[in-house]
Design a protein around this ligand. Structure first.
Ligand SMILES: Nc1nc2c(c(=O)[nH]1)N[C@H]1C(S)=C(S)[C@@H](COP(=O)(O)OP(=O)(O)OC[C@H]3O[C@@H](n4cnc5c(=O)[nH]c(N)nc54)[C@H](O)[C@@H]3O)O[C@H]1N2
Ligand SMILES: Nc1nc2c(c(=O)[nH]1)N[C@H]1C(S)=C(S)[C@@H](COP(=O)(O)OP(=O)(O)OC[C@H]3O[C@@H](n4cnc5c(=O)[nH]c(N)nc54)[C@H](O)[C@@H]3O)O[C@H]1N2
Ligand code: SF4
Ligand SMILES: [Mo]
Length: 745
């Protein structure tokens, strides 16, 4: 039991502190007197929600004090995403509501773009301006010159609006900056993606292989819980990471790989598994195609070959391959999530998919299960106009396998020098901080400077709002209804989010914003319900429930249509690939001009005195969105740069010293960052948590705290297959003294 408790302690650190948030109430002036947890008068009125602090969307209950103040959020016991427990960030979601720096009213830019001079406006004025600019762009260049960048719950409303306008340029950073290569690689192999939440059956696995997936710091909730359970039940964890991550600390095997060489390791594992006959022969024979070609392809990729590339000893490669073979089919080589690393990411994840196929884990208990999704009835709206031109016409032939619009391609289309097939002139940005989310900031800013319109819907004055022409302030998820959550899981389920409080200040819910704008654009028919709750009630009644019922339960789980979570013995499965088989050899890739089997191609090495910049997550923060959250800054208010002791010694750098980082293109971090000298990072790399180093002064708590990885990611290794922005090909060196810049503490 000790291992489990320790993992939970590491992973859920702070949950106890956050369960009661009187400090927040006090700090934000909602409660002015000193208050202890026990003093709060609480009546147990609970309001259902699902969390928006990250995209796992755990369902929970919001509790209020008897004065009507939001007090705390806890997990819903019935929810498969969280099993009754939120992670520290979810518990700290209260801080999003109470953050005094929140956007309060619509703003219209009055000076040059980027100078951040705005005036307050009414909703009517702001939306009229947006509507008239949208009409101008649409009539001058065509509706396809409008692009929507969006992430999070509001996406559905703005997507509806943009489709109604006649453009399909609707992109989310969760594709080309996150899991796009993974889903396209799995699709090419199994005819299906790896889904969100991932279909990893971790709770019943006997062996979990994590390639860079840092579960425990990546706090995707039930995944972390299931990993704890699996450890308790004696599962073997194998972690491949140049850094001794939290997961590595729980692993039987830690493979401190040289960054950017994972494909070599994966090929050596495939070699071992095939040539030692560890693979699931019956499964491969029945379900897979291309085995012979794969066998020939990996013939020379021995552990000794991989050792020279990865620095992982042949013996360790052999042992871990055997371990996977022993656990087959209850083994998961985790598909990963943020996989846009080196530009050959689709091929790396193809190698991961192939390993899973060989081990027979797809469709098997303890491997990857078949998800079930509840289909929520769709409200009928008029047919959308078919876009005349699509994003694929902007740079014909680029990213032929991309299964979704590519954010960075739309950005490139706004820069005239790139000679796009047609220009993108208007951006509508909802819930994504493009300046910190898309690498090569200078490029994003150049694109913005060429726009006719930049509208940003956000809750906070982030870097992206600073560049906007019009800022539309959304209320937080705790103050609004949103669409029913119906993500795939072991059982079909739905969850309700409803407001726990009235929107603060002059903020509005996303549904309202999208609908009002639609009306101003003459597209009101696409939003037939004035109130979202009426639409939810209509949907729920169609499926034999009601808004009233969901208000009481928050979550509703349904039985699966069939007992088919796993393949049955001898089941005849038709995969959704061209061949109907699991394609070890991808004819689809070959036809599209790409390698049908993954190859290792060496990447650039750091120059003398430079170190590879790698990054990841901290358990108590989500990207750049939580850095100013009063609850979560209490737990972590800056990031640090991890440096190996050998390197620190050579540079004379000390623990806790503040330094600046300079990258290969001479970009220096705006702010100094604290040093953490630790053996937990390889000597050839440095590590930091993404989402810090905010340069936006209006976020008073996080301004200037730590360094921004994005600022230093000027070189982008674009995946030719699907356009993903590989971000780990950047190198930094250290500056220990810089004049004229104050050191933040
Ligand atoms: N350098 C670097 N870049 C990365 C990553 C990295 O690790 N390093 N990670 C990548 C990954 S995996 C992903 S998924 C993306 C994530 O990219 P984003 O989704 O852009 O992430 P955030 O930086 O959190 O920006 C979210 C924005 O939404 C706002 N917001 C929060 N809640 C609401 C709301 O309810 N309504 C509205 N309208 N806005 C809201 C926040 O204030 C913030 O401005 O970033 C990618 N980019
Ligand atoms: N707390 C918290 N949890 C989150 C999020 C969050 O913001 N905060 N965001 C969520 C989202 S949207 C995503 S996409 C996921 C992302 O989380 P994951 O998909 O788990 O992780 P990555 O960001 O791909 O990888 C981070 C790890 O990769 C290691 N690494 C760096 N370079 C290499 C390499 O060359 N090879 C190998 N093998 N490892 C390498 C780093 O040391 C680090 O441990 O996290 C999710 N969970
Ligand atoms: S994992 Fe944490 S932050 Fe993400 S939805 Fe669940 S509780 Fe919220
Ligand atoms: Mo992500």
């Amino acid at each position: 039991m000790s291992s489990r408790r320790e993992f939970i302690r590491i992973s859920f650190i702070g949950a106890g502190v956050l369960a009661v948030a009187p400090g927040v109430l006090k700090a934000t002036g909602v409660i002015t007197d000193p208050v202890k947890a026990g003093d709060l008068k609480v009546d147990l009125k609970r309001i259902p929600t699902y969390c928006e602090v990250c995209f796992w969307k755990c369902a929970g209950w919001v509790y209020k004090t008897s004065e009507g103040n939001i007090w705390k959020i806890i997990g819903n016991d019935e929810d498969q995403h969280c099993n009754g427990r939120l992670c520290p960030r979810g518990t700290g979601g209260v801080g999003m509501y109470y953050d005094a720096d929140r956007l309060k009213t619509p703003l219209i830019r009055t000076e040059e773009r980027g100078m951040q001079v705005f005036r307050e406006a009414s909703w009517d004025e702001a939306l009229n301006l947006v509507a008239s600019k949208i009409k101008d762009i649409s009539s001058k260049y065509g509706p396809e010159s409008l692009a929507l960048f969006t992430h999070g719950s509001g996406s559905a409303y703005y997507t509806n609006l943009f489709k109604a306008l006649g453009t399909g340029n609707i992109a989310e950073p969760s594709y080309a900056q996150c899991r796009g290569p993974r889903d396209d690689a799995f699709f090419a192999t199994f005819g299906e993606e790896a889904y969100s939440p991932e279909i990893t059956d971790i709770r019943d696995t006997r062996c979990l292989v994590l390639i860079g997936s840092h579960i425990g710091e990546n706090m995707h909730n039930n995944q972390v819980q299931e990993m704890s359970d699996a450890i308790d039940k004696g599962a073997t964890i194998i972690t491949v990471d140049p850094r001794f991550s939290t997961a590595a600390g729980k692993s039987k095997f830690w493979l401190p790989i040289k960054p950017a060489t994972d494909i070599a390791l994966l090929l050596a594992w495939i070699h071992e598994i095939i040539y030692n006959e560890y693979y699931d022969k019956k499964y491969v024979e029945k379900y897979c195609s291309g085995f012979d070609q794969l066998k020939t392809h990996v013939k020379d990729f021995t552990p000794e070959w991989a050792y020279g590339i990865t620095t992982i000893k042949p013996d360790l490669i052999r042992k871990t391959a055997k371990e996977m073979g022993n656990a087959s089919p209850a083994v998961i080589v985790h598909p990963g999530r943020h996989v846009t690393w080196y530009g050959d990411d689709t091929q790396r994840v193809r190698a991961i998919a192939i390993l899973n196929a060989l081990l027979g884990s797809w469709g098997r208990r303890g491997g990857l299960y078949r998800p079930a999704k509840f289909t929520v009835p769709i409200v009928p709206v008029p047919a959308y106009k078919e876009p005349v031109k699509t994003w694929q016409d902007i740079f014909p032939g680029k990213y032929p396998i991309a299964s979704a619009p590519v954010t960075n391609l739309l950005i490139e289309a706004s820069i005239p020098d790139n000679k796009p097939g047609f220009p993108v002139k208007g951006w509508f940005v909802n819930g994504t901080n493009l300046i910190l989310t898309i690498p090569n900031q200078a490029n994003t800013i150049k694109a913005i400077q060429n726009l006719d319109l930049l509208v940003v819907v956000d809750t906070m004055p982030m870097e992206i709002t600073g560049w906007a022409d019009v800022i539309l302030p959304e209320c937080t998820y705790l103050e609004r209804y949103d669409a029913l959550r119906a993500s795939p899981h072991r059982r079909p389920s739905i969850a309700l989010r409803m407001p726990a409080a009235e929107p603060l200040n002059n903020t509005k819910p996303g549904y309202w914003i999208a609908r009002e704008l639609a009306i101003k654009l003459g597209l009101g028919d696409y939003f037939p319900y004035e109130k979202l709750e009426d639409m939810l009630d209509w949907q729920l009644k169609k499926i034999g429930s009601s808004l009233e019922e969901m208000k009481r339960s928050g979550v509703k789980n349904f039985p699966r249509d069939a007992d088919d979570l796993y393949f049955t013995e001898e089941e005849a499965v038709e995969f959704s690939t061209d061949s109907g088989k699991i394609e070890l050899y991808s004819a689809f890739f070959e036809q599209s001009g790409f390698d049908p089997l993954p190859k290792y191609v060496p990447h650039e090495e750091p120059a003398e005195g430079f170190y590879r910049l790698i990054y990841g997550r901290a358990p108590m923060h989500t990207f750049s969105r939580t850095s100013n959250n009063p609850n979560l800054t209490d737990l972590m208010h800056e990031n640090s740069v991890w440096i190996n002791p050998r390197v620190a010694k050579a540079w004379g750098i000390k623990q806790d010293q503040y330094i600046w980082l300079k990258n290969q293109d001479n970009v220096v971090s705006d702010f100094p960052v604290k040093v953490r000298v630790t053996e937990r990072i390889r000597w050839d790399s440095v590590y930091m948590v993404h989402g810090f180093g905010h340069a936006q002064k209006q976020m008073k708590r996080c301004f200037g705290k730590g360094a921004s990885d994005t600022q230093l990611i000027t070189k982008v290794l674009t995946d030719p297959i699907m356009g993903g922005t590989g971000m780990r090909g950047n190198f930094v060196t250290f500056i220990t003294e810089k004049t004229g810049t104050e050191v933040a503490s």
